[in-house]
Design a protein around this ligand. Sequence first.
Ligand code: NAD
Length: 463
Amino acid sequence: MQDRNFDYLLKIYQAQVSNKIEIRKTTASTRINWLKKLKETILQNEQRIKEAIYKDFRKNPIETETTEILASILEINLFIKKLKKWVKPKSVRSSLLFATTSAKLIYEPKGNTLIITPWNYPFQLPIVHLVASVAAGNTVILKLSEFTPQINQILKEIIAEVFDENHVAVVEGAVDETTFLLSLKFDHIHFTGSPAVGKIVMSAAANNLTDVTLELGGKSPVFIDKNINIAEVVRNIIWAKFVNMGQTCIAPDYLLVDKSIEKEFDLAIQAQIKSAFGKKPKYSEDLARIINEKQFERLSGYLAELDHTPAEWIVKGYHDKASLFIHPSVVKNFPLDSKLMQEEIFGPILPVYYYSNLDEALKIVNEKEKPLSLYIFSQDKKYINHILNHTTAGGTTINDAMIHIIHPNLPFGGVNNSGIGQSLGHYGFKSFSHERATLQANYFPMSKFFWYPYTNKTRKMLS
Ligand code: NAD
């Protein structure tokens, strides 16, 4: 790293540090105008965005339209609608002791921020976090993933059309560039990526006591009760698992299904995968590709590891390194200590564990790191509450999968190993703002009550 020249990054960084006071002064209306221009520019480039992501990992253009473009536009719309309300100071109630004061929370921009994003939703993730930071009145260095060069180019052009570089700058690069950026002092760092790199980011941030939001990953389990509409639930899971070729942070990682429905459930999985992707999924236009050879090797390693075990394949097919294709694969009776059950899968492989009693399923979940998401399918309130009370997760959707992430009034985030802090909507705005506690003494300073000498009168006044 020492040999590389990162002067260009330093120049951008210094320009933003010098400019952050100016950006801080901007009104909500000015920021809304930027967001409107961003929205317009995205919509003008819709076709190019779809083509670029298709080139990067063959994602279906309609999937890009919904999960990348629409998801970004919805977030921008929310900020355009709500920002004037969110930036306003919020009065808080006082107690009798503070009756002569007024107290409020003021939302200040944090200053110069760094946003680091992964490759798996290469348009949506940079945009939604950028929107929150700009709306809160910060400058932003946006570090994109090195694995999606096509969409990165379009993002650079879109952002350069809307923002000056001393306000928002897009940079590419891998470990060296990110390490260099992390050596600089930011007022906030927002990182999306793996828990392993999250730890690197957090320890670098600790050197400057910079606060962080970490949006990480993990193994998101799905509990499935016996009293469900099997075909409908399986369809729901197949979509959530295989959208983006399984490369989604909140994708169902593994299923825990009541053993009494095993036969019907297996059959439903086979039927629904066929119905979704045809007899030869390799030719389905709806399945994206694995992002690169490294990820392909990791995923095919999971499959190979099961070769000499009692694992049974509910669905399996060939995989092909040349086209980075892995057939949707569903497996049962695998050893619980296999890598597949130890690491975040992040690909089109779905383990199904049929449990005979719920405690054994809960034990599997609770022995692992806290998940980013947890899903429950059941018509039984008791079952749902039992799982909610005996597990934890960043977020949960019940009787559906993944959609809690797009609810406009719910925070998105993990817990410990799956993330620290919250993003999206109002929560994203607050993550990129400093909530300043502000108290005004309206008639006389309260220190009056504390004045020396301390006597019983002081005690009485304050009690
Ligand atoms: P990653 O952690 O490998 O990379 C993320 C970013 O960090 C990239 O920009 C990369 O260039 C940079 N990076 C990689 N190694 C680094 C290092 N040693 N030092 C400094 N920077 C480094 O993650 P990924 O493979 O791009 O994405 C997959 C992971 O992201 C999965 O774990 C997934 O669950 C998680 N993810 C989480 C969310 C969320 O919102 N919680 C969303 C998408 C993905």
